[in-house]
Design a protein. Structure first.
Length: 418
């Protein structure tokens, strides 16, 4: 009886024109996600995907399929029963293989149990690493032009990305340490850089790495190095030598994180396996957060990644030879084009040519796509310092690169740049 009287008393409220169920204003999305911009690369790619005959050089991936021995390893892993949950930090055997990789190539000793976390891709490693060090309202310094996901993830954490452009000095991009000093504030907690760089192909020298590390120590900042392209390096003593990792300079007590992935070096973009290396306390927390984000990377994909790391050297060096030849071919073609300046990159598989008088790189790339069926990425997509340039991914067959360069040159000779 009491319940009945209670409901009768509420009836006028529910039937009133101002009742909550008649409110025409829907709940809003979180401001942290509303502020994250749509990827300008993806925006152009979606246009290109609706067109026929496009020469696709906009995404950051090789057009080579994953090597057959890696695919067979995944099939074998499925047959062996790797279809169940693994540890949140990933399979111990894969973590041991990664630790062995760093000892072999960098003379760095890592504890696979406490300092390495397997993730579902490099971007997820970046995501969980940033999540572990930033609170709402914090600031992070980001060296740009850079892959936009870092700045966007910082925004998703309700923090602020402060972009510091790489100046071009002569034929090489450098770190603007004076700008970094001016940008530090009491709210700064993190510095993020990428070497080799996407989109610049820039590689941090050991001296620059040392100065970045000392800068972060002095200001009590976390230093996050995106080293996803470290094996795609052309300036070593021989092809296959990696870019020197920041871990060669850091101690176990330093506030340093390294994110990495199997996507680029082993043509495994669709497999979604990466890793995070960090100080023990952060690695532990990242492992715990994995449970609430992805639980763990796919079990059979982890086994395939282990085989790629252990047996993939010959295939990697072969691919590097093709990439270096593609780089040199595209640079030679670009140097013949009017108003184009292209620094020679030492790593990754991108060129980032500057185009004289270009003020709207997105519109330029859209017109190039519509008129010449060539898909490139606009420089504006990569943050501060990117406008006025375009990004070319040269990890494609020469049958794609050669006509793409011809069409780009034709477009440049006839286009009106704004």
């Amino acid at each position: 009886m009491c319940v009945r009287f209670f409901l009768m008393a509420l009836e006028p409220l529910y039937n009133s024109p101002n009742a909550w169920q008649n409110n025409t204003v829907p709940p809003a999305l979180a401001t942290s996600v509303q502020s994250v911009p749509h990827s300008r690369i993806r925006e152009l790619a979606e246009i290109a995907m609706s067109m026929d005959g496009v020469l696709k050089l906009y995404f950051g991936e090789s057009n080579q399929p994953t090597a057959e021995f890696i695919k067979q390893a995944a099939i074998q892993a499925l047959a062996d029963g790797y279809t169940f949950y693994t540890e949140n930090a990933g399979l111990p055997s894969l973590r041991r293989a990664i630790a062995g990789h760093y000892w072999k190539w960098h003379n760095v000793s890592l504890d696979p149990a406490d300092e390495i976390v397997i993730t579902a891709s490099g971007v997820q490693a970046l995501n969980v690493g940033i999540r572990c060090v930033l609170d709402p309202g914090d600031e992070a310094l980001v060296l740009t032009p850079a892959w936009p996901n870092g700045s966007s993830i910082i925004g998703m954490a309700n923090a602020v990305a402060v972009q510091i452009p790489h100046p071009l000095c002569g034929d090489r991009y450098v770190v603007d340490f004076d700008a970094l000093e001016r940008a530090v504030s009491p709210r700064t907690r993190l510095l993020l850089y990428t070497s080799p760089s996407n989109p610049l192909g820039w590689v941090a020298t050991v001296e620059e790495q040392q100065r970045l590390l000392e800068f972060c120590r002095r200001h009590r900042l976390w230093l996050l190095a995106d080293e996803v392209y470290d094996r795609l390096y052309y300036a070593g003593a021989k092809l296959g030598d990696p870019v020197p990792s920041i871990l060669r300079l850091a101690t176990r007590d330093d506030a340093v994180l390294v994110v990495h992935s199997f996507s680029k070096s082993y043509c495994m973009t669709g497999w979604r396996v990466g890793w995070l290396i960090a100080r023990r306390d952060l690695a532990l927390k990242a492992t715990q957060l994995n449970e609430f984000i992805i639980s763990h990377a796919p079990s059979f994909a982890q086994k395939a990644a282990e085989v790629a790391l252990c047996d993939g050297e010959e295939e990697l060096v072969r691919m590097l030879g093709g990439l270096k030849a593609n780089r040199d071919f595209c640079i030679a073609a670009l140097q013949r084009m009017p108003g184009v300046t292209v620094p020679k990159p030492d790593g990754a598989f991108y060129l980032f040519p500057k185009i004289e008088s270009l003020r709207d790189s997105f519109q330029f790339c859209r017109q190039l796509l519509e008129q010449q069926r060539v898909g490139l990425a606009p420089g504006v997509a990569f943050g501060a310092g990117g406008e006025g340039s375009i990004r070319i991914c040269y990890a494609a067959d020469r049958t794609v690169l050669a006509p793409a360069m011809e069409r780009l040159e034709q477009f440049l000779r006839t286009a009106e740049l704004h």
